[in-house]
Ligand binder design. Structure first.
Ligand SMILES: C[S@@+](CC[C@H](N)C(=O)[O-])C[C@H]1O[C@@H](n2cnc3c(N)ncnc32)[C@H](O)[C@@H]1O
Length: 221
């Protein structure tokens, strides 16, 4: 069991992530240009949280699935879908144990969710993501990186994994694994057409820095 119940406390007391990120929208827009019927494309939103991307995917007409460990997050996601008369298959569950048939999904997205796990669990999750993707299917991820401030004075749990943040943009009690480029290359090593971008921006009026890798790749046929 890797799911951190801190998330349930967060989602119980606030709504999180109502709007989809530009990076996800760009990726989906670029991939769906050539798709004649989105309804035939099965997409999984791993760690869907309050459902911003699940909502976007369902609205675009994809056969949409989402999983999150927080019941309150899934409730928020369902409310967002309901508001606009949209449907998705949502599950409350720990995504270190993804219970879907092998080669079930055409696309799997991770928008800043898998990073909230230890690196050994991240490896485990990525083995499963690989198994769940159809040959020719795509993985897309937004992964926080070591350019983000706050880890310097946080509590170190393992290499690049921290909790108990005192400064920086991360909520104090969360567990975060900050990816290095070589770790991203390791988890993406089987994919072809691998694309890796980096974004770094300041937050809190320039006081803190947020860095991410934005990656995608295709499982070979
Ligand atoms: C930063 S939020 C991102 C939510 C959403 N993807 C978004 O972009 O708005 C991280 C999410 O991952 C979920 N999560 C983290 N580790 C998990 C695990 N092992 N199993 C299930 N959910 C997990 C949390 O509950 C939370 O909803």
């Amino acid at each position: 069991m890797a799911f951190d119940q801190t998330w349930e406390q967060i989602f119980k007391s606030q709504s999180w992530g109502k709007y989809p990120s530009e990076d996800v929208v760009r990726f989906i827009a670029s991939r769906s240009k050539s798709v004649p019927d989105c309804g035939k494309i099965r997409v999984l939103d791993v760690g869907c949280g309050g459902g911003a991307h699940t909502w976007f995917l369902a609205r675009e007409g994809f056969d949409t699935f989402g999983i999150d460990g927080s019941e309150s997050a899934i409730r928020q996601a369902l409310a967002l879908l309901d508001r606009d008369g949209l449907k998705a298959n949502l599950t409350v569950g720990d995504f270190t144990q993804l219970d879907y048939p092998a080669e079930f999904f055409d696309v799997i997205i991770d928008s800043s969710a898998v990073q909230h796990n230890s690196f050994s669990n991240i490896r485990l999750i990525h083995q499963q993501i690989w198994n769940l993707l159809k040959p020719g299917g795509y993985f897309f991820g937004i992964l926080i990186n070591t350019q983000t401030s706050g880890w310097e004075d946080a509590e170190k749990l393992e290499e690049n994994t921290y909790t108990n943040f005192k400064t920086g943009p991360i909520q104090k009690e969360l567990l975060v694994h900050f990816f290095t480029e070589s770790e991203v290359c390791e988890i993406m090593s089987g994919y072809e057409a691998f694309n890796l971008e980096k974004t770094t921006r300041t937050v809190s009026n320039g006081r803190d820095q947020y860095g991410h890798f934005v990656v995608n790749g295709r499982k070979p046929l």
